[in-house]
Design a protein around this ligand. Structure first.
Ligand code: ES4
Ligand code: ZN
Length: 326
């Protein structure tokens, strides 16, 4: 219908995308064959059938298993290029991509191959389609802070290719404060800071992301809505929240797409954005996420335009470049 066409053509940025979560079953299967990696699936259909999750950890177990087929710099290039083709088709003009180096270096993949493969594809995407980008290195929060520090050490020769650091993986039991020192060091190196908070974890974790880590953006932030004082603060600071509707549904963070917090956030003055998180696992890229909530929350064109605008103004692009995209 008309709203679908409006969404599809709306220029937008994607601010919450795990590149390893864009590994489609077809590519997973092909890379397993190309690299001679054994996987516990006999077919692409078999893989897709395994994608049923009842919580974040359920998903993460499958997600870490899936990334085992990524071995060479070319694999990371191909993965990123395939994502950019999808993003281009969705009228995405700017992407800020997460990657999980610890998920690869612990398997013996060189840090250099991961970063170079991803960032070479990002550079080619800008040449081909004018899609600008930033790369954000995430620390796995189920591992300790020393491991995060060692990962930041490995990143030092590549800081021209890395714009920021983030925090992902299993949230409950791993509060942001566990990473206070490594985030302070990243900030002193001039890196931007983001953290997943309030996806499954309590509002207190969102407070910690702000007060202890001093993040520039909150990833997800759903459970901030449980704390009225926190909502007022986030609104007052103009803090961007990167919400992921289909992810929330697939991971049972919400019971129904109509329970997506996006409308409530906008109504509360919060700067919400719409993103795809791990689109190969959660059933759709960024336009599919807009479509899902537009119908369920009956979003007007004005609100859809606000969401797209927030994606640019909440990005790490310099103001003069944002002005060209609005
Ligand atoms: C993730 Cl949805 C989500 N939450 C936390 N960590 C992640 N890593 C990849 N996807
Ligand atoms: Zn995420």
């Amino acid at each position: 219908d008309q709203r679908t066409a409006y969404i599809d053509r709306l220029p937008k940025a994607e601010l919450h995308l795990h590149i390893e979560g864009s590994l489609e079953p077809e590519m997973l299967f092909a890379l397993a064959q190309r690299n001679g990696v054994e996987i516990p699936f006999a077919s692409v259909e078999d893989i897709r059938n395994a994608y049923n999750f009842s919580n974040l950890q359920d998903f993460l177990d499958i997600y870490y298993q899936g990334m085992a087929v990524l071995l060479t710099q070319q694999d990371f290039y191909d993965l990123t290029w395939a994502y950019l083709e999808r993003a281009h088709a969705d009228h995405v003009r700017h992407v800020e991509i997460f990657f999980d180096p610890q998920g690869h270096t612990e398997r013996g993949v060189a840090f250099a191959d991961v970063v170079t493969g991803i960032s070479d594809a990002l550079a080619d995407g800008e040449k081909q389609w004018g899609i600008t980008s930033r790369l954000i290195m995430c620390f796995l929060r189920h591992l300790d802070e020393a491991a995060a520090q060692a990962t930041l050490d490995e990143a030092l020769p590549y800081l021209e290719r890395i714009a920021g650091v983030g925090l992902d993986s299993s949230e409950n039991g791993h509060p942001p404060s566990k990473f206070a020192n490594v985030f302070a060091r990243a900030k002193s190196l001039g890196l931007k800071l983001v953290a997943h908070a309030g996806e499954e974890g309590p509002p207190e974790y969102v407070h910690e992301a702000l007060d202890v880590l001093h993040v520039d953006r909150i990833d997800h932030g759903n459970r901030a809505l449980e704390d009225a004082g926190l909502v007022t603060r986030l609104a007052g600071e103009g803090m961007t929240l990167t919400v992921c509707p289909l992810s929330n549904l697939k991971l049972c963070v919400i019971g129904d797409i109509a329970d997506s917090p996006v409308k409530q956030m906008l109504d509360s003055g919060l700067k919400a954005t719409v993103n795809s998180d791990d689109p190969a696992y959660f059933g759709g890229y960024v336009n599919a996420n807009y479509h899902a909530i537009a119908g369920a929350l009956d979003l007007t064109r004005e609100l859809l335009r606000t969401l797209a605008r927030n994606s640019f103004t909440g990005s790490f692009l310099p103001p003069d470049q944002i002005a060209h995209l609005l």
